[in-house]
Design a protein around this ligand. Structure first.
Ligand code: GAR
Length: 218
């Protein structure tokens, strides 16, 4: 008799293309992946990711910002939806909204985000453009637990990506995005299977060797 293992429900928040969202959905289809992607929520009704989510038979909900008077009201509606859907973890994947302190408090240590730089360097927008302007030799991507400051919080995984002298923004962003798609599912796996802990707001790993092996294998 097959044993049904309860997997935590995950919501993915998107605003656009949804390529990280799709990487998470694909990873979660592996039988031994420890989390279930239950819902995709977008703040834009034309987000391309919504089409991809539907193609993967994932429930989608649109919560438009125009319908709410304030960030607090918006985040309250978002929070209510997440609670109703019995969500345990939240992945921001190109969700271009700043979450309120109230929201982050309510979902403390349950929200993770991906950012296309080696945080704490290059927080915010136009990351690759700024990296190229500064003639950096290395950039990368980071998955972190969300804290109250933008693109800030305990780092779960970071991966370095070389910058080449003839890189354009488009070429560099593609090279970084390819690695984002690898590290985000691994980071969610670590969180949802409780293979990480926080010590003074620094991530500690149950099995650092496995993480190191993963990072050298990608
Ligand atoms: C990704 O590169 C992600 O790292 C970035 O937005 C892109 C979304 O692409 N997120 C941030 O800049 C957050 N500060 P996607 O919709 O194809 O995943």
């Amino acid at each position: 008799m097959a044993i049904e293992i309860h997997k935590p429900n995950v919501a993915i928040l998107i605003s656009g293309r949804g390529s990280n969202m799709e990487a998470l959905i694909k990873a979660s289809k592996e039988p031994d992946y420890p989390a279930k992607i239950s819902i995709v929520i977008s703040d834009k009704d034309d987000a391309k990711g919504l089409v991809i989510a539907k193609r993967h038979n994932i429930k989608t909900i649109i919560i438009l910002k125009e319908k709410y008077n304030s960030r607090i009201d918006y985040d309250q509606a978002l929070s209510e939806t997440l609670s109703k859907e019995n969500i345990q973890y939240i992945c921001a994947a190109g969700f271009m909204r700043i979450l309120s302190e109230e929201f982050i408090d309510k979902w403390w240590n349950k929200i993770i985000n991906i950012h296309p730089s080696l945080l704490p360097s290059y927080k915010g927008l136009n990351t690759h453009q700024r990296v190229l302007k500064d003639k950096m030799k290395v950039t990368g991507c980071t998955v972190h637990i969300v804290r109250k400051e933008l693109d800030n919080g305990p780092i779960i995984i970071q991966f370095e990506v070389p910058v080449k002298s003839d890189d354009t923004e488009k070429i560099l962003s593609k090279r970084v995005l390819k690695m984002e798609h690898k590290i985000y599912p691994y980071a969610l796996m670590l969180l949802s299977s409780k293979k990480i802990n926080l010590d003074n707001d620094i991530v500690k790993y149950e099995d650092k060797e496995s993480l190191d092996n993963f990072l050298t294998s990608i």
